[in-house]
Design a protein around this ligand. Structure first.
Ligand code: AMP
Length: 420
């Protein structure tokens, strides 16, 4: 038997219901915040990720799915969403727009990671990118949007961990201090960190292996090296978050895994499963240098990404999915071919009027059809029989109260809609 590739999942049964529910809530909240949907290719020129995510990041060094197509082009399955959205913004000259562009996306991402709980090779993220504005209120808006999507999914106990990397000057000052601090300890860190020390020391703070070591715990903090302007900017973001009533904690450990961040960086965690890495439901940050880096004008950007697979795993862990059940409005039952002709017509009529309707497709007897209607949690049963049909009537049974009523065939749709 052919099985699914390692690190991928099938979204089926209650996971599929949750999947649709999460997407529905995401779309709804994105609309309220006035974000426009964008879809970019699943593969892009490999160079895009080398220029944006950065050659020294774990993602590009070890985790991308790279391939050559038949025309010998170097392509990469997208490991994240920001680079593609910014590429599209530039390619379509959207920066010429006088407005702030606020995009949201939702799609699969690919990273060749070691599969484990909460870490897949194909996973799905929804996220936003806001391009063209450097207003600290946008930083607060993006964080609030992510927070409120999770809250709308009834995930409580959320905490935003926030930090600032500052501007270019702050980052340089910090990098110097970090190198000085780490130099005497470097041999005690993991092999990857020893390599990171040479290529990108900031990344060491993000290391999963050394996370709990005293060396990292006592490392200098980015917020102590911010320039006056960067510090003021960060304080303003925090003030706006207070106004928006978002719970946050300034956490110097948050530096984020990608090369392109500056100023505000944040992660949102569920305190319900804090002990696992899986508790990080999403994160993001500002990337003011990225647009220029990709050949665009000097501009501004900020975004976040949230993992849907991880959200669904959490919703199941904390039993949030109990209330979400598959259910239909009507199940239409028949036995004879003559009854079936009426059934087909009634089913179509109900469906086209937005009533969720199912009927038999396995030639089951009435008993089997009753059972199937129960399995599907049908609210109403329409039990067709020739006698009633000749008089222009259909027997409608409320499957919860068990009450039955003969309804005029021409009034079925109104009757069902009126009683749902
Ligand atoms: P990142 O793009 O690494 O900042 O990740 C943002 C969010 O995407 C994480 O908080 C997770 O919810 C999700 N995510 C990232 N990598 C994976 C993965 N390998 N498998 C499942 N979800 C992931």
């Amino acid at each position: 038997m052919i099985t699914k590739p390692k690190g991928t999942i099938d979204v089926v049964k209650e996971d599929a219901l949750l999947w649709n529910y999460v997407n529905y809530v995401v779309d709804d909240m994105m609309k309220s915040y006035n974000y426009e949907f964008i879809r970019t290719p699943i593969f892009e020129a490999s160079e895009l990720y080398h220029r944006t995510v950065g050659n020294t990041s774990d993602i590009v060094k070890k985790e991308t799915y790279d391939f050559k197509d038949k025309g010998n082009r170097d392509l990469t399955l997208r490991p994240e969403g920001t680079a593609g959205v910014v590429r599209s913004y530039l390619e379509n000259k959207e920066y010429a727009s006088p407005d702030t562009k606020k995009y949201y996306y939702n799609g699969t991402m690919y990273r060749y990671e070691r599969p484990q709980a909460g870490r897949l090779r194909e996973f799905t993220q929804f996220g936003v990118e806001v391009l063209g504005s450097n207003d600290p209120a946008i930083d607060a808006e993006v964080i609030s949007l992510q927070y409120h999507i999770l809250e709308a999914l009834h995930i409580s106990n959320l905490q935003v961990n926030i930090n600032s990397l500052g501007d270019g000057e702050s980052r340089l000052n910090y990098k110097d201090a970090l190198i000085k601090y780490l130099e005497p300890h470097i041999k005690d860190l993991c092999e990857d960190c020893q390599e990171r020390f040479k290529t990108n020391p900031l990344r060491i703070l993000d290391c999963k292996v050394d996370a709990d070591s005293d060396i990292l715990k006592n490392a200098p903090k980015t917020i102590d090296y911010l320039t006056k302007e960067a510090k003021e900017r960060f304080d303003t973001v925090l003030k706006y978050l207070d106004i928006l009533d978002i719970d946050y904690e300034v956490n110097p450990k948050i530096v984020r895994g990608l090369d392109y961040y500056d100023h505000t960086v944040f992660e949102i965690v569920s305190l319900d499963n804090e002990e696992t890495r899986q508790s990080v439901l999403g994160g993001g940050g500002r990337y003011n240098k990225l647009i220029k880096e990709l050949g665009g004008p000097d501009s501004y950007g900020i975004g976040f990404a949230c993992g849907i697979d991880r959200i669904i795993a959490l919703m199941k862990d904390i039993d949030l999915y109990k209330d979400i059940q598959r259910e239909i409005d009507c199940y239409v039952m028949y036995v004879s071919e003559e009854e079936k002709l009426h059934a087909l017509d009634i089913v179509q009529n109900l469906r086209l009027n937005g009533v969720v309707t199912e009927t038999d497709s396995l030639n089951k007897g009435l008993k089997g059809q009753f059972k199937e209607a129960d399995r599907l949690n049908a609210k109403f049963l329409l039990i067709l029989n020739n006698e009633d049909l000749k008089r222009g009537l259909v027997n409608v049974k409320d499957n919860h109260t068990k009450e039955e009523e003969a309804v005029d065939i021409s009034e079925i749709v109104e009757y069902i809609i009126g009683n749902l």
